[in-house]
Design a protein around this ligand. Structure first.
Ligand SMILES: [Zn+2]
Length: 284
């Protein structure tokens, strides 16, 4: 497919660039945050959630994930047309000053901020099954970083308090968040039709780079999700994203049906790179 590279180390400032300064209004950009009440919402968001255990190696792993994202961003800046960053844990549920949703640092946001500092306008396309509440919150007031997400309706799915269609940014960022919530049982056709709306909005943004939060928990057999996508549709999704013609950084987020994770990621990337659909392809 392409060459594999090792990450290099970045200092902590790069992590903070993604997360931004501590903010007393962290996460108050979802209808539900207000709905559960100020104090309770604040406590919930600062402490994260009980889905995110920590162990002896957690910090190092999460920091390494940020390094992977920034190394990948540097490769993009050096002229690669498409770069895939594979790391764990995922990060798109981490807002400013908090962790959550299995993640400690929002490495997609760190890479997006890093790219925006260097090239100007950036678009983020979040195709994880779950809404990327962290990424939305971090860029909610910014017009230079567009956030577009296809995800399960928060009425029934994590993160529950944010990700509705009527959240579209605030202040200078008004109009630079686009949420496209999807129903249970979402089919390939419904997904691709919604993706068209996302792609159209991204094309209007005139971005210099695209960051994709690639979650594969949209797969029909994913044990914690309820969409009905099949492996072959990922090729078409990758192909349509490539049609934007933007330097594209793909960062791995969720995906929990392990037997098909590799095939689904590979198929998505083959679509992005213009390789033919081959459900039995092996990495090369
Ligand atoms: Zn997810």
């Amino acid at each position: 497919m392409a060459d594999a590279r090792r990450r290099r180390w970045f200092d902590a400032a790069a992590v903070h660039a993604g997360h931004g300064p501590a903010s007393s209004d962290a996460g108050r950009h979802g209808r539900g945050a207000g709905a559960v009440g100020g104090d309770r919402a604040h406590r919930l968001l600062v402490l994260g959630d009980d889905d995110t255990p920590g162990g002896g190696g957690s910090y190092r792993a999460a920091r390494a994930a940020v390094d992977v994202a920034l190394t990948a961003a540097d490769l993009l800046l050096a002229g690669d047309a498409a770069v895939y960053g594979l790391a764990r844990p995922p990060g798109h549920h981490c807002p400013r000053s908090a962790f959550g949703g299995y993640g400690l640092f929002n490495y997609s946001a760190a890479a997006s901020a890093y790219l925006a500092d260097r090239v100007g306008r950036v678009a983020v396309l979040d195709v994880d099954y779950h809404h990327g509440n962290g990424t939305q919150q971090i860029f909610y007031h910014r017009a230079d970083v567009l956030y577009v997400s296809l995800h399960a309706d928060p009425d029934r799915a994590f993160p529950y308090f944010i990700g509705w269609a009527d959240e579209n940014g605030a202040g200078p960022g008004e109009g630079f968040t686009l949420n496209l919530p999807l129903p249970a049982g979402c089919t390939n056709d419904h997904y691709l039709a919604t993706l068209e709306t996302a792609v159209k909005r991204i094309a209007e943004h005139n971005a210099a780079a695209l960051v994709v939060s690639l979650g594969l928990d949209t797969y029909g057999q994913d044990p914690i999700a309820d969409f009905a996508l099949s492996t072959d549709v990922y090729h078409e999704v990758g192909r349509r994203v490539a049609g934007l013609g933007l330097p594209t950084l793909v960062l791995q987020e969720g995906g929990y049906f392990v037997p098909k994770l590799g095939a689904n990621a590979r198929t998505w990337l083959r679509g992005l790179l213009g390789s033919p659909l081959d459900l039995h392809a092996t990495p090369s």
